[in-house]
Design a binder for this molecule. Sequence first.
Ligand SMILES: [Fe+2]
Length: 464
Amino acid sequence: MVKDLSGLEITTDSSAVVDAINSFVDQLLCVGNNAQVILKAVEADPTCAIANAQVAAFYLFAGGVALTQATSYLNAAKSYLKRANDREKLYVAAIEAWANRDIAQAIAHHEAIAIAFPRDLASVHLAQYHYRNSGNSQGMLRIAEKVFAANRDNPYMYGMLAFGLEECHRLKEAEDYGRIAIALKRDNRWAHHAVAHVLETQGRLEEGITLMESLSDTWEYGSSVFYGHLWWHTSLYYLDIENFAKVLEIYDTRIWGRAKKDNGREQINAIALLLRLELRGVDVGSRWQELAAYLQPRLHEHVLAFLDLQYIYALARGGKDDWAAQMLESMQTHAEKVLPYARRTWVEVGVPAARGMIAYARGDWKSAIAQLEPVLPDLYSTGGSHAQRDLFEQIYLDALIRDRQYHKALNVLEKRNAARGNIPAIQRELANTYSQLGHIDEAHQASQLALELSQRYQKVEQTV
Ligand SMILES: [Fe+2]
């Protein structure tokens, strides 16, 4: 029996296993590009249950074809459970539940680990991942708070707490903890991400660009998906200051241009940006067609409804109507047979929203509105972050405007304006909507503000 860097006991006699597990946990928490280091642990001791479970987790994160590999390592972990300690047994059970897509059960095991072994931050990381994918922001925050006192010495703890706070709209605390995390460890990419979300939500565009670009050298050592995601966040600020050339450059060189194109999460980074560019009226050329060609492996995958909504839009928009139809049918089948805790999300939210996304891609605004409007309040349950899911509200709003439903559009726009009053596109849409509704003074005011903001941001473009 030996201990890892956090003082947690590992059932092995091999120091190489401990080294590999220490490195893997570090890679997991900093979202590094060398998580495969965990393979060294099972090479050193194939009978170590938790090492096998960590390898299974590594492959589960990868998804797709890697799921088969996850199963074989999980089976190995289970076969060596007799000698394992209580934490290891719980961890193997959590990974098994994840492999079986029983996320509620996986979370229950991680919660049990958090109580008995609060130093196990790899377990907390997985719990937060599952909570986020289930739209449970409170859960994300609570588990971080639960283990915080036991991990004050760990820089990653602050970033984990920060993102939980951000998703619970406690933005000031989120930023404070995120910045502490970065001060303690500059390449704390998870903390960069948490602060990026705060700055995005608060419309602090110039600050966002400055902060993210000042840290972007450390993203080179991040996982490829997260590299793309952090640049995606950076591009959102550029999108709002309307430097579209820069956004396209980021898309071509930092996101899709560098992505592992068969990876679902990398595809999502690209889809989520192309869609936002088009919502701003930017011509994205043949990028949809190029991207959609890689999406066939996603048709029957159904990892999260939140992801499927974007894949299916990209298929419809990229000219793959057959694949889009197949995927919708497959989503419906999946919705009927998914585990009970997730059924409502898939049946009542995911599938109607997917129909709405296809309708929007085809320019059928009325149908897009009819499908999306009732499910918008529940879309949080499909997964993703607030910033990511904002896309669906933007699509709904765009459909309303195109369908000339200005009263409804005004409700959405005024809410968006109250949250972020310094975005030129919002002011321009407000001006147009006020004007259509005959509110001439308000229209003039919004139009003036749009102009002033545009001029201000043009100055930013010249300095960055
Ligand atoms: Fe994010």
